[in-house]
Design a protein around this ligand. Structure first.
Ligand code: ATP
Length: 469
């Protein structure tokens, strides 16, 4: 059973979408006598700079066609539909599976070579090269093609057919990941692309309410946004995400709007946190997603543009949640991280602003090393965080036990005293403070969610959750 995978077919300006191209490939494979058993929509490293938007690749698990025939169909469809005239588009196709006689894949798409599964896992957390993808595909006898003028309008040799990176990762995906969700995608008629989408927002909200919590991230109830309807110029009318394919289909079917030209259901690693791994502050790579534990080390600060920053220090003796490893070493300036909740994360910023120095937290997000005036700065773009332990008291000037008024300082390091009553106290006292946070997980709202980030409503977290919807 061949796996036919494709990536890098769209353009920010011209539109198009790899899932649409794959849907057309699937139709043509069916016309050629094939049976499409599964469509995978695989999100890759969100930190890759040359992505168009969501860094997605698609793989089709097909039976009833041979790999050579499947490749020809895929290449033809990519030539026809990909936005290859955009110089930044660099389409690639990978077809795994031998011709009918030597078919190495069973009906579940496995066994996929472990090296290819490992490539898929790395594609979520590293930056990989076309050369490595091509080398690995060749090693396993996979067919691959760079499509379009020299594999993309102005592709150099190093990036020609760059889509083969994502395509090969999509081939390995079922063997690489064990948490899967679904998306039902409805497409527009192609000649309507670029015009405003006609979707009945009320019907979206009603269907979303009906489908929740199995179906999630359809709308953002606080902002009133229909999150399932994209803004980009491509052919997607809406995409309904959730934990059950039938439930996604039911919500999709209940949405009113312009004519749906075609629709497809994908199995996907969206909403799974597949991009996160445990890490330790002070030892994080640029362009990778992490889960780290730490202690809030500064007051929060709202910067120009509305981005909220807070410094977090490494929590010695602990590594990212769930790793079970012990931390080590002395704390230094390098063991600090700037956690940032960007303006588009909206109300999530209020949760971050509610943090105080001393709070113990677990933070999730993409790590980036940013060049600041003072040198490279370790930054975590926050997607969610867990409050582990809240500071519940703050130092306060003691009150006089006789008259109840605040005491005054008795001089440097000499504590406090009440001038009227002559009473004294050795130093500040700890007073209880009100906190706006509780223990557990907080997340960005659906309208700010990264495709691969796991919504709290899906469950499986190690503390109480405070889901946004
Ligand atoms: P679409 O959503 O329509 O698929 P996109 O946001 O996925 O668009 P692409 O145009 O597909 O963006 O561009 C992503 C490019 O990055 C592809 O060429 C893909 O092969 C490549 N790529 C994906 N993951 C990695 C990675 N980890 N390292 C290097 N390149 C990668």
């Amino acid at each position: 059973m061949p796996i036919v995978a494709v990536d890098d077919t769209d353009s920010r300006e011209r539109g198009m979408c790899t899932t649409y191209v794959a849907t057309r490939i699937a139709e043509r494979l069916a016309d050629a006598g094939g049976r499409v058993r599964r469509r995978l929509l695989v999100r890759l490293n969100p930190a890759v700079k040359h992505k168009t938007r969501g860094n997605a690749a698609v793989a089709l698990h097909v039976s009833g066609v041979d790999a050579g025939g499947a490749e020809a169909v895929a290449v033809e469809a990519v030539e026809e539909f990909a936005a290859a005239s955009d110089p930044r588009t660099s389409p690639g196709v990978v077809v795994a599976g031998l011709d009918a006689a030597g078919d190495p894949f069973d009906a579940t798409g496995s066994p996929i070579p472990e090296a290819v599964a490992a490539f898929a896992r790395r594609a979520l957390r590293e930056r990989l090269s076309v050369a490595e993808a091509v080398g690995l595909a060749d090693e396993h006898g996979f067919r691959h093609a760079a499509v379009g003028p020299a594999g993309g309008a102005d592709a150099t040799e190093a990036v020609a057919g760059r889509g083969r990176i994502g395509a090969l990762a999509a081939v390995g995906a079922t063997a690489a990941f064990d948490d899967w969700t679904f998306e039902r995608i409805a497409y527009r008629e192609l000649d309507r692309c670029g015009t405003p989408r006609e979707v009945g927002v009320e019907s979206v909200f009603a269907a979303a309410e009906e489908g929740y919590p199995t179906v999630w991230d359809t709308v953002d109830r606080e902002t009133g946004a229909a999150v399932c309807v994209p803004n980009a110029p491509g052919p997607i009318l809406y995409g309904i995400r959730g934990d059950d394919a039938d439930a996604c289909r039911a919500v999709a079917a209940a949405v009113d709007g312009e004519r749906v030209d075609r629709a497809a259901t994908f199995l996907t690693n969206q909403g799974t946190d597949a991009h996160l791994a445990p890490g330790r502050i002070g030892d994080l790579r640029d362009g990778a997603g992490y889960r780290v534990v730490g202690v809030v080390a500064s007051a929060t600060e709202t910067k120009r543009g509305g981005h909220v920053h807070v410094e977090v220090a490494g929590d010695r003796g602990a590594v990212g949640a769930g790793s079970g490893e012990a931390g080590s070493g002395e704390e230094s300036d390098a063991d600090r991280l700037r956690a940032v909740a960007f303006a588009p994360t909206g109300r999530f910023r209020d949760r971050v602003r509610a943090l105080r120095p001393g709070d113990r937290v677990t933070l999730c997000g993409e790590h980036e090393v940013r060049d600041d005036a003072d040198g490279p700065e370790s930054t975590l773009k926050l997607e969610k965080f867990a409050v582990r332990d809240l500071v519940r008291t703050a130092p306060a000037v003691p009150a006089c036990p006789e008259c109840g008024r605040s005491m005054s300082s008795a001089g440097r390091d000499q504590g406090y005293r009440c001038r009227d009553c002559g009473t004294s106290a050795p130093g500040k006292i700890e007073e209880p403070i009100e906190r706006d946070l509780e223990a557990g997980w907080y997340e960005v709202p659906p309208s700010a969610r990264r495709h691969v980030a796991k919504p709290l409503v899906r469950g499986g977290f190690d503390a109480p959750t405070h889901p946004e919807r």
